[in-house]
Design a protein around this ligand. Structure first.
Ligand code: MEV
Length: 374
């Protein structure tokens, strides 16, 4: 058995405060990591490569020989997805392209073959468990992608004696973060087609950051933000929603492009609002920006009756809400201003939960991925 030490990794979910969809077209977005995390454990196995995702009741096992045959066709580049190789993985697993349940396995096989290239197929057992609701806009796939990218890099760094460069266990260097983020981005491309990269970047680095055209910048002069998250419990598919906006933009560029630019303006205005002296003015501005952003997202066709209902319910108690992530269901977020009486917040939560939605309050701006040998 090829020896490496058992590894535990974790990566956070994310919430997009402003700028989803527009960010796909190079506009500014602002996002924060969330306290809900995905955790992955990798340990050596005597003879097989086993993956275990109990959250989606998925377990698969292969012999090294089976994977070696598949991996002969792996690409030697990883900035883009090799569509032919992806087709081979689908054939190997005997799944069609729309099988979302198997998406995590497809990403695992793709990343395994690319990352472990130098050391070959090593038997191991991987177990992934997550606190993040799946397919709801909180970046569950990005957190999984970051876990796979960092965990497999961790195995590689233990086995590859030629690695004289940064080691993922000893240095949290910019180079290591870049590698993890890059592999996670590749996995996100497998899952979502043409993602902006904001989800995997936030899950890798953590914190509260703005993102524009692939560049991540920490948000300075930010006031404390308390956020209520509301799950509409309506499942949706990010890839389809991103495509929906693309089709609208292609059909009505003279209408949709200004909408995307207005969303960019909202993110930019939020970033400068931190310097407002008056607390009341700050929270009034953020409330307005949330409402404008929701209206613009609605005009892009990515809201949903449940999301509209959540925003309306919040408005009746004086709170502002917007969808977060790709929309079409999934999560909404609401600002909880410091002046809002707890009684009003509880009333809003009771009303929302009575309608079948689920409310969460969790910390934002937590640290990015972690990795350790156990
Ligand atoms: C998904 O979390 C955010 C979108 O803007 C897509 C992307 O940025 O890739 C809808």
């Amino acid at each position: 058995m090829t020896k490496f030490q058992e590894i535990s990794v974790s990566a956070p979910s994310k919430v997009i405060l402003f700028g989803e969809h527009a960010v796909v077209y190079g506009m500014t977005a602002v996002a924060a990591s969330l306290g809900l995390r995905t955790r992955m454990r990798i340990r050596p196995h005597t003879s097989k490569i086993i993956i275990n995702f109990p959250d989606v009741e998925l377990q698969e096992a292969w012999s090294p020989c089976q994977l070696e045959k598949l991996f002969q066709f792996k690409p030697d580049f990883f900035d883009q997805v090799d569509a032919e190789y992806l087709d081979r993985i689908h054939e190997f697993l005997k799944v069609d392209k729309c099988n979302l349940r198997m998406a995590s396995v497809i990403c695992f096989l793709y990343l395994y073959s690319v990352i472990m290239d130098e050391v070959g197929v090593i038997p191991m057992e991987i177990r992934v468990e997550s606190e993040i609701p799946i397919g709801a806009g909180l970046g569950s796939s990005a957190a999984l992608s970051v876990c796979l990218a960092s965990g497999l890099t961790g195995v590689l760094h233990q086995l590859n004696a030629n690695n004289t460069q940064d080691n993922i266990f000893t240095t949290k260097s910019a180079a290591i973060n870049r590698i993890v983020c890059k592999y996670a981005y590749l996995s996100e491309k497998i899952l979502h087609g043409n993602p902006s990269g904001i989800d995997n970047s936030i899950s890798t680095y953590g914190g509260i950051r703005s993102f524009k055209a692939g560049e991540l910048t920490p948000v300075e002069s930010l006031r404390k933000l308390r956020i209520l998250l509301v799950n509409t419990n309506t499942f949706r598919n990010t890839k389809d929603l991103v495509l929906r906006v693309k089709e609208k933009k292609n059909s009505y560029p003279e209408i949709i492009e200004p909408v995307l630019e207005a969303i960019d303006g909202i993110s930019t205005r939020f970033l400068s609002a931190g310097s407002l002296e008056s607390e009341a003015e700050y929270y009034k501005t953020v409330t307005d920006l949330i409402e404008y952003n929701q209206s613009l997202l609605s005009s892009l066709g990515v809201s949903h009756p449940t999301l509209d209902d959540v925003c309306l319910t919040l408005k009746t108690v004086g709170m502002a809400g917007k969808l977060t992530g790709a929309g079409g269901g999934g999560f909404a977020l609401a600002l909880v201003p410091p002046t809002l009486p707890e009684k009003i917040l509880s009333k809003a939560i009771d009303q929302l939960e009575a309608k079948g939605y689920t409310c969460y309050q969790t910390g934002i701006g937590v640290h990015g991925f972690t990795i350790e040998k156990s």
